[in-house]
Ligand binder design. Sequence first.
Ligand code: HEC
Length: 214
Amino acid sequence: MGVVRLGLNFRAGNCVYRRMRREIATTGWVWGSALALASLLFVACGGGSSGGHPVAAPTSSSPTTVVEDAKLSAADFRNINAMTRVADHFVGNARGHLAAALAVAHSARGGRYPVGTIIQLVPQEAMVKRAPGFSPTTNDWEFFSLDVSAQGTRILSRGGAKVLNRFGGSCASCHSAAASQFDLVCGTNHGCAPLPIGPDVIAALQKSDPRPRH
Ligand code: HEC
């Protein structure tokens, strides 16, 4: 069932994509087409309802132990081009662990990303590493669907396995296909079904991030 739906949706995505390519060829790049292209990236591969995910209370043997977490707000997201590029996506860390996050990102053997890691392929979607126990089924990643403008970032939805992107695609259902050592990061060769858009469209979406670079 899941496989069949995925195939159908990818075909639908490819069809729209071809139409968009024609429009790009005739009209050139404008904001509107960049936003329309954004919609192509988010083909559905699952159903369900969206909704937040409660943070599990960290268990601790000592009352003085502080478990580091990263419950980000909209203002914590910035122009993706101000983050560190790794292959075709961008990596940051909101808790000072950028070096550790980049070490995992650059490792051919993968690894588990540190708390506070922010990864984005496009401005409208992000995954953020939360404290252990936040969402075991998503390796404690919190998925975000974002709205971005020159004024900044707005969070449309956030949470664990139930989060959908704005086009009905389940973040977790696609990203769970990544080989386990890569901590749900798909990349181009970790075992996820490929997106129905090419590197040229991804690059255009990345460049179109309207938020100030600071
Ligand atoms: C149709 C399947 C699918 C859906 C739905 C989907 N993604 Fe992805 N995502 C991918 C694939 C495949 C890549 C790798 C693309 C590439 O590198 O060319 C990717 C890349 C990413 C990346 C860059 C890191 C990586 O894994 O390569 C982030 C971050 C990301 N997606 C977040 C999200 C979030 C958040 C959602 C939901 C709001 C979401 N994605 C929905 C398939 C999907």
